[in-house]
Design a binder for this molecule. Structure first.
Ligand code: MN
Length: 198
């Protein structure tokens, strides 16, 4: 059985950029619902229950058809949100430093260029989904996924991820996704992202 991870900070810790009520609903209701549906999809199937969430998502084609879609959607939802909580935090500098800053500069030219490209991917994701910075075969890339699809199902390792489902921002920002994205940069926990580099 998969369980809801605690947030590594208080529900109001990301104020004023991400409000407390959004965090409470997003974690306690949305993430919990993905978990409940994931658990019910694998309930009683020992071969699935013993796997980690990464193992379940890494090779979706190996799953039987009756569980593939629920695991893709709800397992992806569980994995993506667990990841998302970790790479945010209060009192952040707003800029990467050290190893991750060097990796970003060498791939994208400079931080500003990277930030613009990532924000573009997040603004441009039509409907619900995510923007990502991933490591794919040793290279950093910006991608986006629809729904709760996870980069790990495409052989990529996420370094940074941004939830652009309306539930992530609608209470505070309504339809202003670009403003949410602009403010999200202020809560990115770059030292957590750096741990996900090789
Ligand atoms: Mn979400």
């Amino acid at each position: 059985m998969f369980k809801l991870p605690d947030l590594p900070y208080d529900f109001n810790a990301l104020e004023p950029y991400i409000d407390e009520q959004t965090m409470r609903l997003h974690h306690g209701k949305h993430h919990q619902t993905y978990l409940d549906k994931l658990n019910s999809a694998i309930d009683g199937q020992a071969d699935l229950e013993e796997k980690t969430i990464e193992e379940l998502l890494k090779d979706l084609s190996s799953l039987s058809e009756d569980v593939r879609t629920p695991i893709r959607n709800n397992g992806g939802g569980h994995y993506n949100h667990s990841f998302f909580w970790q790479i945010m935090g209060p009192a952040q500098s707003g800029r990467p430093e050290g190893k991750i800053a060097e990796a970003i500069d060498s791939t994208f030219g400079d931080f500003k260029t990277f930030q613009e490209k990532f924000s573009e991917a997040a603004v441009g994701r039509f409907g619900s989904g995510w923007a990502w910075l991933v490591d794919y075969r040793g290279n950093l890339e910006i991608t986006s996924t629809a729904n709760q699809d996870s980069p790990i199902s495409d052989g990529q390792r996420p370094i940074l991820g941004l939830d652009v489902w309306e539930h992530a921002y609608y209470l505070k920002y309504q339809n202003r996704r670009p403003e949410y994205i602009e403010n999200w940069w202020k809560v990115v926990n770059w030292s957590e992202a750096e741990k996900r580099l090789v």
